[in-house]
Ligand binder design. Structure first.
Ligand SMILES: Cc1cc2nc3c(=O)[nH]c(=O)nc-3n(C[C@H](O)[C@H](O)[C@H](O)COP(=O)(O)O)c2cc1C
Length: 245
């Protein structure tokens, strides 16, 4: 295993940070590394907002479901899908950008994910810890207002960055055999593999929480997918110009 793969396999989200600041130049370097990710049609459909103001941070922490590390992390970035900047290129060419295309929404959102993961990996290679914050989509309108986002820009997730003040065990992923399929989709599930994985995850949570949490992956997914999730997102996206068609 080379050093890059070792680093990738050592990933774990960090939610407790030391007080050590992240150098401004380092943040710029991470963003630049992030920008080198592949980008659909060369769109580069990402804007990243670094939020330093503590009142804004505290507000976003609250809006994200009281996730205190959003306020306490040395650095907090909000990754936005941005079709505003590229849309202006149509005006420069005496044209008007077409709003509401699902495909445009997908490519900008994919760009955000690819760039952010490059930033995350570069950060981890520099000894930083990271935690994505999808919680900002609990109240996306308020977050967008706080950040003064224009139309055709929406906040996809936040990213906490800082030097780790905890050392959690990496969370085991699904076995490769359940994820990697040959030639066609594998419709028959091997229940034994899932049973075994469920037990691994139960043990992982029990160990990590000193027995306070005992939950399998299946139970976790049942809780996640067995109910509606952020049903306000469709209307929020429509209002921002991301209506789907
Ligand atoms: C897009 C995205 C949004 C996430 N949102 C949150 C969040 O709001 N709060 C949080 O504590 N963790 C969040 N996470 C972290 C996941 O919970 C974490 O990645 C997952 O449980 C796997 O654990 P690991 O990162 O330690 O391997 C998010 C991760 C991703 C990729």
């Amino acid at each position: 295993m080379n050093d890059v793969v070792k680093l990738m396999k050592a990933h774990r989200s960090i939610r407790k940070f030391t007080n050590q600041a992240v150098d401004d130049n380092l943040v710029r370097e991470l963003i630049e590394a992030g920008q080198c990710a592949a980008t659909s049609s060369y769109l580069q459909g990402v804007s990243v907002i670094r939020v330093r103001n503590i009142q804004t941070r505290e507000k976003i922490a609250e809006l994200s479901g009281n996730q205190s590390y959003v306020a306490s992390a040395p650095t907090f970035l909000v990754f936005c899908a941005d079709l505003n900047r590229s849309g202006q290129c149509c005006e420069r060419n005496d044209h008007t950008a077409v709003e509401g295309m699902t495909e445009h929404f997908i490519i900008a959102t994919v760009d955000v994910a690819l760039m952010a993961q490059n930033v995350a990996l570069a950060a981890e290679s520099k000894g930083l810890g990271i935690c994505y914050i999808g919680g900002i989509r609990n109240n996306p309108e308020e977050v967008s207002e706080l950040l003064q986002l224009p139309r055709m820009v929406y906040p996809v997730f936040g990213l906490c960055l800082g030097y780790p003040d905890q050392d959690p065990l990496p969370k085991p992923r699904l076995p490769v055999d359940m994820v990697l399929m040959e030639e066609t989709y594998q419709h028959d599930r091997d229940n034994k593999q899932l049973d075994d994985y469920d037990q691994i995850i139960r043990q992982y949570y029990e160990q990590r929480t000193g027995g306070k949490l005992s939950q399998t992956w299946s139970e976790q997914m049942n809780k996640l997918l067995g109910k509606e999730s952020r049903p306000h997102m469709k209307e929020f996206l429509r209002k921002r110009g991301f209506e789907m068609r």
